[in-house]
Write a protein that binds this ligand. Structure first.
Ligand code: SF4
Ligand code: FES
Length: 367
């Protein structure tokens, strides 16, 4: 008889779930979903070696494991910390974590220009989202911001080095998806910058994926540059038979014009997977198939993340409805999370979809 697989129990913000050994705290939190999930600016599931650079995903480990329940003295990067059996983690329930996140955002914004009104990434920028949640209205930084010599990295990708947060994701795309890396992080510390070696243009077939992984507006699509704001466009899922990539994309339309083609993203902003493989797309699909007739259109994209794109303009867009605030008399649902089907909080004989109003301790009281 096959031995039963041992799972680890981890509790994040009072929600207990079972995960496979080797799962990171970030992945366990994503399994729970909702607000307990730490933000992640540099980690990217499909890029080996990513994570550990930006510190936005810090969490507090209140108990290391069932065997050794001592707390960890410092906050840890959840993308690089594996769960242990019996680990207790605090994300949004920890003042220290929230304070650290505020500090990290302030630090990331030291040099990042607040040029969202003219940035093509506005509306889908993870730093913009983070700034709304954790940013301060003023800066304490008194020095001159970093500036860089403008560099041309080819006809398809626009580099704005001042916006770069040095997350390294684009260099991993270059390393892992294209034949050879022609760009990387040069210099150290305050002088670090993304550059192509000897200003060589990035012209290999999968280089456009760097645009999709860049969490900010440092790498944007030159063919879409200043053409439109993303929230005025209509995202449609589409596919074509492509011999280089999966051919599954999102078309960003204005009327009948295809303004931009991107890979399809999941709720964490990462490329979706098909048959277990990440759905990276080739430059041909991204930059050269800009007509509706090039594509089989499937329908409107599902917007699963809170996004300015889902402002109710398109009836087919499936944006989750905020019902908790409604039943809580307008109170923010900060600590009421989606109770996961395998959560230890949930009782097997209580069907949460059938009870009236929010679940409380009385719901689980059998007396
Ligand atoms: S250019 Fe974008 S993806 Fe590359 S390191 Fe900078 S922020 Fe990250
Ligand atoms: S996402 Fe964990 S350190 Fe950047």
């Amino acid at each position: 008889m096959a031995e039963e697989k041992k799972l680890f129990k981890v509790t994040i913000d009072n929600i207990t779930i079972d995960v496979d050994p080797g799962t990171t705290v970030l992945q366990a939190a994503r399994k729970i979903g909702g607000e307990v999930t730490p933000p992640a600016m540099c980690y990217y599931t499909h890029l080996k070696g990513s994570g550990g650079k930006c510190r936005t995903c810090l969490v507090e480990v209140a108990a290391g494991s069932a065997a050794d329940p001592r707390p960890m003295p410092k906050l840890v990067a959840s993308c690089r910390t594996n769960v242990m059996d019996g680990m207790v983690v605090k994300s949004i329930t920890s003042e220290r974590v929230l304070d650290a996140r505020n500090g990290v955002v302030e630090f990331l914004l030291i040099n990042h220009p607040l040029d969202c009104p003219i940035c093509d990434q506005a509306g889908e920028c993870h730093l913009q989202d983070l700034s709304y949640e954790h940013g301060k209205e003023a800066t304490r930084y008194e020095f001159k911001r970093r500036t860089f010599e403008k560099e041309d990295i080819g006809p398809y990708i626009q580099l704005h080095m001042t916006r770069c947060i040095l997350c390294y994701r684009c260099t991993y795309v270059a390393d892992q998806l294209t034949d050879h890396r022609v760009h990387g992080v040069l210099d150290r510390g305050d002088h670090s910058e993304i550059s192509t070696y000897i200003s060589k243009a990035i012209d290999n077939d999968f280089s456009g994926n760097m645009i999709d992984v860049c969490p900010v507006g440092a790498l944007t699509d030159r063919t879409f540059r200043f053409k439109n704001r993303v929230w005025f466009t209509k995202p449609m899922d589409a596919h074509r038979n492509c011999d280089k990539c999966c051919g599954k994309v999102t078309l960003w339309l204005r009327g009948d014009d295809v303004l931009r083609v991107t890979a399809r993203k999941d709720q964490w902003g990462e490329v979706q997977t098909y048959d277990g493989k990440p759905g990276w797309i080739c430059n041909d699909c991204r930059f050269h198939k800009k007509h509706k007739y090039d594509w089989e259109i499937e329908g409107l994209m599902n917007v699963s993340r809170h996004s300015v794109i889902g402002q109710g303009k398109y009836p087919g867009l499936q944006v989750p409805k905020e019902t908790i605030a409604e039943v809580m008399g307008g109170k923010s649902p900060n600590l009421l999370m989606d109770i996961h089907d395998i959560s230890g909080v949930n009782e097997p004989d209580v069907d949460l979809s059938k009870i009236e109003g929010p679940a409380t301790s009385k719901t689980f009281n059998n007396d």
